[in-house]
Design a protein around this ligand. Structure first.
Ligand SMILES: Nc1nc2c(ncn2[C@@H]2O[C@H](COP(=O)(O)OP(=O)(O)OP(=O)(O)O)[C@@H](O)[C@H]2O)c(=O)[nH]1
Ligand SMILES: [Mg+2]
Length: 279
């Protein structure tokens, strides 16, 4: 089984090197072929250079370099596409570069994937999990986002906004047919919404969400607003298929004339991508 962990980075120079080393040290606990695909959006701090150095040491690291910050969702989609097309991945993983997602949780997530679960979420909000790395205002935003998701999208999980996940190829490949958001939290809940609609199986394993180790946050009010709007719209209208695909997922035909995702934000908007291989 091939697992490809996709790690989007923007200005994560202080974190990415140590993160990769910590993931590498877990290789014996994950009985599979493991790849780490870093998707960097031209970080001005030289994040990509740290990755390139490590590519000389390890043969399982790949670097996708894009021209400018283009959003977490589109970074994952590019990383997934690369993982399926070039690495033959059976599963793809999502994780932040800033140690808020401790790599040591990956073995228990991988165990849940191997039990046949399409969507394995590392969850802050089940027994054994915690969100101690969040300030009280961020906790409120996170809980509010989950409540909104439950109310509008009815996804059967406790932590719908977690960005620490392992997804089967059949689930993740379904995303390519839909106009999912290019940006952060909206992408996370839209993808879960789609997996649920398509009947994928879910499992949650607990983890402790840590404080960002260093570097700066990309979360802001615009992001929160975008998330709330997308969640409500998706709950009402469903998800729009990308151009050229057949039927909308949206089951209620009377809504089919409404668009849900701005074209300019949809996946595929990224113009140029360079991929560094370490062969
Ligand atoms: N390639 C790429 N990576 C991004 C982009 N935006 C965020 N990231 C990365 O995505 C991950 C999550 O972003 P964070 O800023 O940590 O978001 P967050 O965890 O909600 O916020 P904090 O709790 O403050 O860390 C990090 O590894 C970022 O470097 C982007 O536009 N492009
Ligand atoms: Mg973070």
């Amino acid at each position: 089984m091939i697992l490809s962990l996709v790690v989007p980075t923007y200005k994560e120079k202080e974190n990415i090197g140590q993160l990769i080393e910590r993931i590498q040290s877990l290789r014996t606990l994950i009985p599979s072929e493991l790849f780490i695909v870093v998707v960097d959006d031209n970080s001005p701090d030289g994040t990509a250079d740290v990755v390139k150095l490590l590519m000389r040491k390890y043969d399982n690291i790949r670097l996708i370099q894009r021209g400018a910050p283009s959003g977490l969702g589109s970074a994952y989609m590019d990383g997934f596409r690369y993982s399926f097309d070039n690495l033959g991945a059976d599963y793809v993983g999502e994780m932040d570069a800033d140690f808020q997602h401790p790599p040591e949780t990956i073995p228990s997530m991988w165990e849940a994937s191997n039990k046949g679960n399409d969507v394995v979420l590392a969850s802050r909000y089940i027994k054994g999990g915690s969100s101690r790395g969040l300030s009280s205002s961020r906790k409120l935003v996170s809980k509010g986002a989950n409540a909104l998701t439950r109310a509008f999208l009815r996804i059967p999980v406790n932590d719908a906004t977690t960005g620490f996940r392992i997804i089967s190829a059949r689930a993740a490949k379904s995303l390519f047919g839909y106009a999912v958001s290019a940006k952060g939290y909206a992408f996370q809940v839209e993808s879960l919404y789609l997996y649920n609609k398509l009947g994928m199986s879910f499992s949650e394993v607990p983890f402790s969400f840590e404080t960002r180790k260093s570097g700066e946050t990309k979360l802001n009010f615009k992001e929160i607003y975008r998330f709330a709007l997308t969640t409500i719209k998706t709950g009402i209208f469903g998800l729009k298929k990308r151009k050229g695909e057949d039927d909308d997922e949206r089951s209620d035909a009377k809504f089919s004339r409404f668009g849900t995702t701005r074209e300019g934000e949809s996946i595929g908007a990224v113009a140029s991508i360079e991929i560094f291989l370490n062969q």
